[in-house]
Design a protein around this ligand. Sequence first.
Ligand code: 26Y
Length: 824
Amino acid sequence: AWRKHSAQGFTTKEQFEDEAVRHIETTLARSLFNCDELAAYSGTALAFRDRLVIEWNRTQQRQSFADQKRVYYLSLEFLMGRAMDNAMLNVGMKDAARAGLNELGFNMEDVISQEHDAALGNGGLGRLAACFLDSMATMNFPAWGYGLRYRYGIFKQEIVDGFQVEVPDYWLDFNPWEFPRHDVTVDIQFYGYVSRKTDENGKSVAVWEGGEIVDAVAFDVPIPGYGTPTTNNLRLWSSQASKGEFDFQKFNSGNYEGSVADQQRAETISAVLYPNENFETGKELRLKQQYFWCAASLFDIVRRFKKGKKAWSTFPENVAIQLNDTHPTLAIVELQRILVDLEGLGWDEAWNIVINTFGYTNHTVMPEALEKWSVPLMQNLLPRHLQIVYEVNARFLQMVEKKFPKDRDLLTRVSIIEETQPKMVRMAHLATIGSHKVNGVAELHSDLIRTTIFKDFVTIYGPDKFTNVTNGITPRRWLHQANPRLSELIASKLGGYDFLTDLTKLNKLETFLDDKAFKKEWQEIKYANKVRLAQYIQKTTGVSVNPKALFDIQVKRIHEYKRQQLNILGVIHRYLTIKAMSPEERKKLAPRVSIFGGKAAPGYWMAKTIIHLVCAVGEVVNKDKDVGDLLKVVYVEDYNVSKAEILTPASDISEHISTAGTEASGTSNMKFVLNGGLVIGTCDGANIEITREIGDSNIFLFGNLAEDVEDLRHAHHYGSFQLDPDLAKVFSAIKSGTFGDAGRFAALCDSITDHGDYYLVSDDFASYIQTHGLIDEAFKDQDAWLEKCITSVSRMGFFSSDRCIDQYAEEIWNAEPLPPDGGA
Ligand code: 26Y
């Protein structure tokens, strides 16, 4: 109904065509006679963009007038993927556009795939931020995202001769979804020195002077909600040489190149997304990125608050800031600096405001992923901030000493400063001390942070500061958009699309378990999705796979803790087993396609070795006449959000097999189940809650438990390490050169046999292989399998990111939605 109020834009197929053609001919200055798919995409995007912009302006106006708390989600990563399909579904005119494009001679899917992914993230953490933006807009929260406008997102992955090659992702040549706001520019200071001065009231204040200034320029991206006119804002900062600072002296003295070099150095700050996930390297440029983005965002937020002319003490009632991991922790220090140094508040009053404003989400317990910055580095780049960190720490330690006198070890353990050489600033401690709530992202993970990395902080603050918000995914993108036929089938049974905004409504599906026609259609949809993926694989890799085979998919960043090595070693075991079978035995086996995808951090040698082993195994297995359709092994190049939209609906089984206790949550596990696939997984992250929701007969769990991991690792070092006998056979095959030069895989094999098998591949191998046997058996009974899938989907309501946002709003932000038309 709200669309009637829309002042402008198209409402019919004909009007859509008019608008798209007008944009192609005028905005793009192209003739319709040489209009290709890219031009058709551009015209369509611009036509929909016009519609978004109107509601976007209205929403921003409404939020400015409303005297209501705003939420800011600070994330260094937003893994948005494509925007146009999402915009079409949210505006609700996709069918009209499809018809219009057909008349112009284009196919909608081909036009959609012209769009470049916005890939400003590495993986789970960045995609979570994107799902949260979608949910916050859909649920009408006055909420903005703040991030960096990287010129290069995550690299494109090419597989060349079985090795990963990284290619830069230049994605900005045509991006209709961003609006530069050159009028919104913030000066950001780096380096320099701090002195103390006396102000007009005789008070001593810190003054940060000197150093260099870089400009932060805002670029805004509209975030439309589904089924609501609310259109929120994602503000991304781009770095530019400061106008005031452009070195005219250099320029005038003829050093033109010098002044251009300065300019380029400034632009370097937002040039590239760091491609590491869960591995911290401590590079200065990364710290610069973090401060640049935090300072620009805080300036913007504070400026908006000040327009309301309210008392500073009300800041936390008007502003909630959520920190996506420790990457934005400097925002805590920056707000304290603004309040004390620039606004003249007393330390305690300011710090109270800071604590009540921030919430911190932790995404990992792995030590190598926890951010630490060297004190000398911070001293040089952000001298005033380091002073504030020391002051915060001194006061915190004083409080601890008072509560727990004479416990020096406790003070050492909880201090923000690690007393190493050089000293380090522990960002997770700073984030915890500077926030009123700390949350993990799945129940097990939240329990683990309370008992491991934040144990002492639980002792100090009590348990209530630490909480859990289990991750979720947006059903708009991950069901309706990625799997339109399944969404439509579900809607036909549930009497409409209400489940897309209340996913618990899916539970009604269970009443159709005896409906033969429904089940048949469900199966046909899964098959069609598999056919589509098979065609994609054929086109991109040349490998023919049988869509009737069991599709077994593992797609995620390549990491030893995620254990793609366990998967490929299991595949080799299957290959050896098939080779040893008689033709009679082979006939009884369910054909399999093992599909891998994911990027390795460019400097992560072991991860690259795993990719190479997968490719090398594929080379041998896919050509082996003895094996035929029984086993195919495929590496899908350049896994990203838009490829996930093809892969997720096409799985029979997906793999979520991290060493127990290492995967904070996982979110692709949720996406696969929601699309009618089953899961093989360890008792880790959200797998545990998925099991609780869908029932343990609908998931294939295996392997050791998190509580036993420490003892097992200890035993590897101090007991005698016993390699699993089946795994030993797999290693023999590798070492005998079955998959090419064995030397290439030596480090991988040795990490298990000689270097302590930190990720427990050998310990979990037997149970993994056995569980895959159970999957083979279960897949033979297609009726029972289908029932598991439908039952699982019907019980996935909990995993909507809408539920997450409700929980954050209720338990952490204390924020309320702002519905259009007062909720009418
Ligand atoms: C410090 C820097 C190198 C760094 C950069 C990116 C550290 C971590 C990351 C990204 C982490 C990440 O993506 N974590 C994942 O977050 C998901 C959302 O909560 C979880 O589902 C997933 O288990 C976790 O690995």
